[in-house]
Design a protein around this ligand. Structure first.
Ligand SMILES: [Zn+2]
Length: 138
């Protein structure tokens, strides 16, 4: 009996999140903004969590932000992840946060308030899924 190698879990887009994932595949980072109160909204929502308006528009993000907080992972959830890696909460310029990985950087060099920029990488060659990661801003 053979076992197939572990595969990284991939997001399964919903009707609500599909525009976000499609933009990632095109190398663009999207977030939502409330047309009524101006709040930046992430993750994708059907209504504004601040004022409950359903006037939500997709906007393109600069992809620039800073590391708000992070953790270095040494014991992955599956063998598909190569350790060590950094899971971080990124504070984007547009005023929203998202969780991602810090890549193209030694794990010991990551620190809070580190300026980062988005970089897009496909999960697997045979998967049509592109994820947004962040790397140190140069
Ligand atoms: Zn609102």
């Amino acid at each position: 009996m053979t076992t197939s190698p572990a595969r990284r879990p991939v997001p399964r887009p919903t009707k609500l999140s599909e525009p976000f994932w499609r933009a990632c595949a095109e190398g663009r980072l999207l977030h939502q903004r409330c047309s009524d109160c101006g709040a930046a909204v992430f993750k994708p929502q059907a209504f504004c969590p601040r004022c409950l308006s359903n006037s939500i528009e997709w906007k393109e993000s600069s992809g620039r932000g800073v590391v708000n907080t992070f953790s270095v992972v040494w014991r992955p959830q599956t063998p598909a992840f190569q350790v060590p890696y950094v899971v971080a909460v990124i504070e984007l310029e547009e005023g929203y946060q998202m969780m991602s990985n810090i890549v193209n950087c030694d794990v010991d060099a990551v620190h809070c308030d580190m300026p980062v920029s988005v970089v897009f990488e496909p999960v697997d060659a045979d998967e049509d899924v592109v994820l947004p990661f962040f790397e140190p801003r140069r």
